[in-house]
Write a new protein. Structure first.
Length: 113
């Protein structure tokens, strides 16, 4: 059940990002962020395929879930505390969900390398 729910949410976020990316007002090199498809969820879409470097730390409570969703395989690759290097393809995106969005704090850094 969770996988089906995730797939639907991921598809919704991907469509929202695709719509934004096709806008003439947004340069194709810009990272696109889609917030709150469901409460506390954030989706971050890299501007191109390549190697994604991600730094993750948490304060008090870790993220409920955090990872990179791969469009081709439909898998969510987990992000671990510290530095992570993940190969991403076109349409893949960074995803995180907070347990308590009003009070949880995480630190997240990311860039294409």
């Amino acid at each position: 059940m969770q996988e089906t729910k995730d797939q639907a949410m991921f598809a919704e976020a991907a469509e929202a990002a695709k719509s934004l990316a096709q806008s003439e007002n947004i340069p194709p090199t810009l990272w696109i962020q889609v917030d709150n498809v469901a409460p506390g969820q954030t989706y971050i879409f890299p501007p191109q395929a390549g190697n994604l470097w991600v730094y993750y730390a948490w304060i008090g409570t870790p993220a409920e879930r955090i990872g990179v969703f791969h469009q081709g395989s439909g898998e969510l690759e987990p992000i671990h505390v510290g530095e992570n290097n993940i190969a991403v393809g076109e349409g893949d995106f960074l995803f995180y969900e907070l347990s308590s969005p009003a009070c949880d704090w995480i630190r997240l850094g990311y860039q294409m390398t």
